[in-house]
Design a protein around this ligand. Structure first.
Ligand code: HEM
Length: 481
């Protein structure tokens, strides 16, 4: 249908079959990013843009007002439906990332409760993150730095291992060495998946008929293959857990879920497939996001040596050099805390939220939104808003620190979303970025290798943006005399 619904948000014309896909693609080619393509449309049509891409009716919110309203109203708490969202879990929507209504609420509640309680055995989340930070520093030390350049992708891969370890430890009690082949397999699958889709889906989700007409070209075959591999990987671990499961000795999330599966209070939303889907979702939502935040953090620490020095001065004053920082130091380290907030801001300012779906016919910012419309936030509208931040392109942790030296987080700071679908891993993500960064800065200096030009802040577009490969000169920090 090429006719727009009555009072639908303005946007480019809808052509038969393609809808506004060509207009969006043209702008994407021109700007290099999907988020900038929709940003360009917002300049022309206003902060609420209406699109149709293949079968999907989409509304992209590019301003604070619309973003805040949508994220906090329950009518928009749906997640998109369709082949893309079902195929990933073999025909039925499962997991917690892309599900909605009662099913999602029950499962989300269970996961959140158990993430809080980690907890399991005697190991808390802090223990896990602190252990990984220590391993990370050791790995850097083993490189025997006497002024060594590391390629950024190498650096990001290095972060990736330790981030995955915190997640996988909580879910299944497993941590890998950074040379492990199982881990490389898992990492490779996730990276491949992320390179093949967008936040708003992909070619075959917007044009489902392509699954049959062009299974390879549309990415459908590849999508199935990667998910099969990922599923097998998780299933093998679940089988191991089932063989060694003891209901009175819960080791990790998998055990807690298995216990629930055999309990009398089990609701119908609980199943083994759902457990695997939750693990898959945690990896999808938690690994690349955290790793890339760290990537942008270190990129900017190279570009802003004064930020690095101030963070190091704070680390020296609060922690000293005789022990590694811990999460207990966090409340006493506002500058480091603000650096974490700033790193996540510049990262998420280049992308979208996870799509929502209108659960019924409703309105938003004065426009009509028919049931089942996909609604998505362009976070550059909040996180990179010039009027609000003044100098959004600058990496300046001070923007989060008030006159008394306390950390303040303004409403426009939306990188983890708001409302009922708010990120479930915010605490873990911030703890990781905080502790990994503080531990490395305590021990090493990071700078632009002499004779090379400063790294670009441009990103490689994808589901989430990555920094372009860059090199850093890493040197051991001398101990204070
Ligand atoms: C810097 C890192 C991260 C950022 C910027 C981030 C951001 C977000 C955003 C924007 C959403 C969508 C909110 C919405 O749809 O309204 C979200 C949802 C979610 N995140 Fe994160 N996230 C991060 C790390 C993590 C980690 C480490 C985990 C796992 C432990 C995680 C698990 C989830 C889950 C499960 C959801 C879906 C929640 C739901 O729909 O109910 N995230 N995240």
């Amino acid at each position: 249908d090429t006719r727009k619904p009555h009072n639908f948000p303005p946007g480019p014309a809808w052509l038969p079959v393609l809808g506004s896909a060509l207009a969006v693609n043209k702008l994407r080619k021109k700007t290099g990013y999907l988020y900038q393509a929709t940003g360009e449309l917002a300049k022309e049509y206003g902060p609420v843009v209406g699109l149709r891409v293949g079968k999907d009716r989409q509304v992209v919110l590019c301003g604070y007002e619309g973003i805040k309203e949508m994220l906090t109203r329950e009518e928009f708490d749906g997640r998109p439906q369709g082949p893309f969202y079902e195929t990933r879990t073999w025909g039925v929507r499962r997991g917690v990332l892309l599900t909605d209504e009662d099913f999602w609420q029950e499962q989300r509640r269970f996961v959140l409760r158990h993430l809080k309680e980690f907890g399991f055995g005697r190991r808390t989340m802090s223990d896990l993150v602190e252990q990984e930070a220590e391993q990370l520093v050791q790995a850097f030390r083993q490189l025997k730095f006497t002024g060594t350049c590391v390629a950024c992708m190498g650096m990001i891969d290095a972060f990736g291992v330790y981030v995955l370890n915190t997640l996988w430890s909580m879910l299944a009690g497993i941590r890998y060495s950074h040379t492990d082949s199982e881990l490389k397999k898992l990492q490779g699958l996730l990276t491949e998946l992320f390179a093949n889709i967008d936040m708003v889906g992909c070619l075959f989700s917007q044009f489902p008929v392509l699954r049959f007409l062009a299974p390879e070209l549309s990415g459908y075959k590849q999508f199935i293959y990667i998910h099969q591999k990922l599923w097998e990987f998780l299933k093998a671990e679940l089988d191991k857990h089932k063989q060694t499961f003891k209901p009175d000795e819960l080791r990790d999330f998998m055990d807690a879920y298995l216990k629930m599966l055999s309990s009398e209070q089990k609701k119908s939303s609980f199943s083994e497939s759902q457990l695997l889907a939750i693990c898959m979702d945690m990896f999808m939502a938690g690994s690349e996001t955290t790793t890339k935040s760290l990537g942008f953090c270190f990129l900017n620490l190279l570009l802003y040596p004064e930020v690095q020095q101030r963070a190091q001065a704070e680390i020296d004053a609060v922690v000293g050099r005789d022990r590694l920082p811990t999460l207990n130091d966090r409340p006493n380290m506002p500058y480091m805390e603000a650096t974490v907030l700033e790193a996540v801001r510049v990262f998420m300012g280049k992308t979208f939220s996870i799509p929502h779906r209108a659960l019924k016919d409703t309105e938003l910012q004065g426009y009509n939104i028919p049931k089942d419309t996909m609604v998505i936030c362009n976070f550059s509208g909040t996180l990179m808003d010039k009027e609000f931040w003044g100098d959004p392109e600058v990496f300046r942790p001070d923007r989060f620190i008030d006159a008394e030296g306390k950390v303040v987080i303004p409403e426009q700071y939306t990188p983890f979303g708001y409302g009922k679908h708010r990120c479930m891993g915010e605490t873990l993500a911030k703890s990781n970025v905080f502790l990994f960064t503080a531990s490395l800065l305590q021990n090493f200096n990071f700078s632009i290798p002499p004779g090379t030009s400063p790294p670009s802040t441009d990103a490689i577009d994808g589901v989430t943006p990555s920094p372009k490969p860059f090199k850093a000169l890493v040197t051991l920090r001398p101990l204070p005399s």
